[in-house]
Design a protein around this ligand. Sequence first.
Ligand SMILES: *Cc1c(COP(=O)(O)O)cnc(C)c1O
Length: 415
Amino acid sequence: MTRQPFPETGRDWSDLRSEMQALKTGDVDWQNGRVPLYVFRSDQTTYDVGKQAFFDFFSENALGRNRAFPSIRKMERDVLDFGLSLMSAPDDADGAFTTGGSESILVAMKMAREKKRAGKATGDGRMNIVAATTVHPAFDKAADLMDMEVRRGAISEDGRADPATLRALIDGNTVAIVGSAPCFPHGVVDPIAALSDLALETGIWLHVDACVGGWMAPFFTMNGRATPTFDFRHPGVRSISADLHKFGFCPKPASTVFARDGEDLARASFVSGPWPNGRFETSTLVGTRPGGAVAAAWAVLHHLGVEGYRDIARRLAEMTDAYVAGIEAVPGLKMHAVPDLSIINFGSDEVDIFAVADEMSRGGWLPGLTNAPRGMHAMMSLFHDPARDDYLTDLRRAVEVVRKDHRQTSTQATY
Ligand SMILES: *Cc1c(COP(=O)(O)O)cnc(C)c1O
């Protein structure tokens, strides 16, 4: 492979910028709703507030918030407090600001493991995490890093975790049970009340992965939509992960992890051994963190307030309902689950849905896919709303083309 040489001489910004803008022309057109994940947006003003706040604190390092940047410390504390209230956390609860869902989940699984270690030893094999097949791979990553195993149990007909199946996977080495709110593949919230009962009965840590729903589902509920509660009101819930950079509509990288008992978070903190510069302590994985992400989250949460988030929740719900109705109106297509938030997944008993996905990508849409069951998947935010008519028209046409050609092959090879 030929290696790109390190540039000998410097170039000015305008020259670089045009080259970078040209690179962008090869990207999928996310601004017009062609990308079904990765990017989240509410309205233009909120987007601009987040961006402005991020760049006003572009240089500050959140690692130094206690010694150098009380501004960042104050804003981080406020954001965590807002999250704790939103999740109905008790007084002794605490949280940490992280760079993303994966880091929040790693911290939560470390808390669960340390709690297990601090308790009476009941098992002597490899420790494990028990969850439905639908939990995010970040749990496998956390388990891999901490030499644990993830045991995945089959889901129910409605796409949710099955508490009886999970119960059968638990043993003396189980450090945590996990439920999602909602899970990424089907967009449905697991039965957290039943998992909470199971956790209390077995004395095992229950983590709720609300990376998608944490900062949005509560506003669906406030609007009177029957979105299931998933938070600390369920007494078995010990920790929750919730991403600000998804449906909190804050700039990346920003997520939060909360613990019912602040002592659990403190126990799982990392404290350095001896090194020449003395004590080094972090409750998260990374060291240096962008102060801008903290400032931007603070600004976005204040800019929107409960009122703003409720308004977004209402628009998201209406948009999702319209998408679902539109998809169900296409002959041959069916939803795999009834979405609790704004993740949709649909398939077909009549045509090969991956061939339909091929047809859609030819039309400039990046298709999200699931392989069990085979489906097309989208995690939608508000820029998907103006794209709806185009999407549904192209989808209907794609299904017709695939049906007419009896097409049963697809290039969606990784699935
Ligand atoms: C996105 C996601 C994660 C991981 O978050 P990152 O910010 O990508 O690290 C975890 N769980 C669920 C359900 C997610 O959708």
